[in-house]
Write a protein that binds this ligand. Structure first.
Ligand SMILES: C[S@@+](CC[C@H](N)C(=O)[O-])C[C@H]1O[C@@H](n2cnc3c(N)ncnc32)[C@H](O)[C@@H]1O
Length: 246
């Protein structure tokens, strides 16, 4: 089990090797498809995009620069604050039920379109979403983006993660998901390796899934490299929440 406290300890110790210095390359290549699908669902209002387990990823601002409202969910307050501070802004927070929502305005006007909810993702769900913290944005989101989020969840909790995601997304909503695969027999996660078959099984009942691409990536995680993991691949999928639009 990897708890929020353990993640907070990683953030405090600067063990954030998962953080990329620029928006994720697969988001750059496939984000337009996500946003086009989200936009057609949301019309005539702005689309609302959920980013679970968001860290302080540059991906949040990349999305917000494309005329969508973004809600990141991140369990560690240091990470929520760091996202805004890294972009030269001082965040303020509001307590809204399931957690504090951090916002800020800064030199980049797109920052105002990013809200970060500091909460354990597993405490969210359809009913809590309507009652409190997500209400300012929406009870149901038009799209979601998961990079290194599902792979950060211990395998025993994967189904619960997919359930929460499914409850927060409106029917037809797209999900762009970036995951990793490597030889799990050498070392335990996080990140945990996730194969295409495992993904298909997890999402089969509530999402349609299409595989966009898989590419080899360097093993940057020192713990994995030390354990002898010499090859790693990154895959990108576009999923769509099943069900009629309600
Ligand atoms: C591997 S990092 C990925 C961060 C981000 N998606 C990125 O691409 O940089 C996983 C993040 O999820 C956060 N996290 C882990 N478990 C969580 C949970 N149950 N609820 C909310 N955030 C969580 C961690 O603090 C960490 O910042």
């Amino acid at each position: 089990m990897t708890t929020i406290d353990e993640w907070a300890a990683r953030w405090a110790a600067g063990q954030t090797g998962f953080h990329e210095a620029a928006p994720n390359e697969l988001l750059l290549r496939h984000g337009a498809a996500l946003l086009a699908a989200a936009g057609s669902i949301a019309l005539p209002r702005r689309a609302r995009v959920l980013v679970p387990l968001c860290g302080k990823a540059h991906d949040l601002l990349w999305l917000a620069r494309r005329d969508v409202d973004v809600l990141g969910v991140e369990g560690v307050e240091q990470a929520c604050r760091a996202f805004f501070e890294d972009h030269g802004a001082t965040p303020s927070s509001t307590l809204l039920g399931a957690g504090h929502v951090f916002n800020a305005v800064g030199a980049d006007p797109a920052l105002a379109a990013v809200s970060l909810l500091c909460a354990d993702f597993f405490t969210l769900g359809a009913s809590t979403a309507i009652a409190s913290p997500l209400a300012p944005l929406s009870a149901r989101f038009d799209a979601a983006y998961d990079r290194a989020a599902l792979v950060a969840i211990p395998p025993a909790r994967r189904e619960a993660y997919v359930d929460v995601l499914g409850a927060l997304l409106g029917p037809g909503a797209p999900l762009l998901l970036v995951s990793f695969e490597y030889d799990q027999s050498r070392v335990d996660g996080p990140p945990w390796s996730l194969s295409a078959n495992q993904l298909r099984q997890l999402f089969a009942s509530s999402f349609e899934l299409s595989h966009l691409e898989t590419r080899a990536v360097p093993v940057r995680n020192a713990r994995l490299a030390t354990a002898g993991v010499s090859a790693m691949s990154e895959s990108c999928y576009l999923l769509r929440r099943r069900g009629p639009r309600v």
